[in-house]
Design a protein around this ligand. Sequence first.
Ligand SMILES: CC(C)(COP(=O)(O)OP(=O)(O)OC[C@H]1O[C@@H](n2cnc3c(N)ncnc32)[C@H](O)[C@@H]1O)[C@@H](O)C(=O)NCCC(=O)NCCS
Ligand SMILES: Nc1ncnc2c1ncn2[C@@H]1O[C@H](COP(=O)(O)OP(=O)(O)OP(=O)(O)O)[C@@H](O)[C@H]1O
Length: 200
Amino acid sequence: MLTIGLTGGIASGKSTVAAMFRDLHIPVIDADEIAHRVTAINGEAYKPIVETFGHDVLDANGAIDRRKLGAIVFDNEQKRKQLNAIVHPLVRKHMLQQKEQYAKQKEKAVVLDIPLLFESKLEHLVDRILVVYVDEQTQLHRLCERNGFSVEEARARMKAQMPLEEKRKKADAVIDNNGTIEETKRQLYACLVRWGVLGK
Ligand SMILES: CC(C)(COP(=O)(O)OP(=O)(O)OC[C@H]1O[C@@H](n2cnc3c(N)ncnc32)[C@H](O)[C@@H]1O)[C@@H](O)C(=O)NCCC(=O)NCCS
Ligand SMILES: Nc1ncnc2c1ncn2[C@@H]1O[C@H](COP(=O)(O)OP(=O)(O)OP(=O)(O)O)[C@@H](O)[C@H]1O
């Protein structure tokens, strides 16, 4: 089974490319989704997060308010490291469990969608690394549009990650997602043909 690491920057288009993989019936394991699951009220990270960050990060229903927690951790590297130390080992554990399942099912390929693949030094978990790239202006614009962030909020999040220029240099393949969705899809298919995942 070929394990493909899908990464990029915040709002660079990973989920968009992940959907293209799913359309091809190639399974995708999504680190963000697992992080959301483990931080939900009944999740394994819920209690340690409340103990570390206090009840101020909860909403009226007692759930973790991601906007509030985001405002704290994207403004303070120390706090972000504390959150990462709680959430990341759990995300890794669940990703590896899911990957094992797909290996047992004899899937030809599986995708690990991990925004922080390089930052967390997880390159060893995958056979090939695909970076979804956009220029900084497009990234900022799409992030503000999608999340309703101010330019400041968006920049704080972008600054919490390795610059996309650096990530693209470390990739086995780069998809330029500045253009249309169709152009992105064509680049993905060409890459998968090169890697022997798709026939010509
Ligand atoms: C800080 C939180 C509460 C903000 O929630 P929010 O709904 O605004 O964002 P969401 O979870 O959808 O993440 C969106 C994107 O933000 C970026 N991001 C998220 N967490 C981090 C982080 N710790 N460091 C750098 N970038 C991050 C990623 O590119 C991610 O794709 C949430 O992201 C979180 O719990 N983060 C810690 C876990 C984590 O690192 N997740 C990302 C990869 S596993
Ligand atoms: N080629 C494109 N043309 C126009 N809009 C796009 C394109 N690709 C993605 N988008 C839009 O840009 C935004 C970010 O894309 P997407 O959600 O796929 O990024 P992501 O890398 O998964 O983000 P995150 O790191 O926050 O999870 C979305 O609103 C998406 O619809």
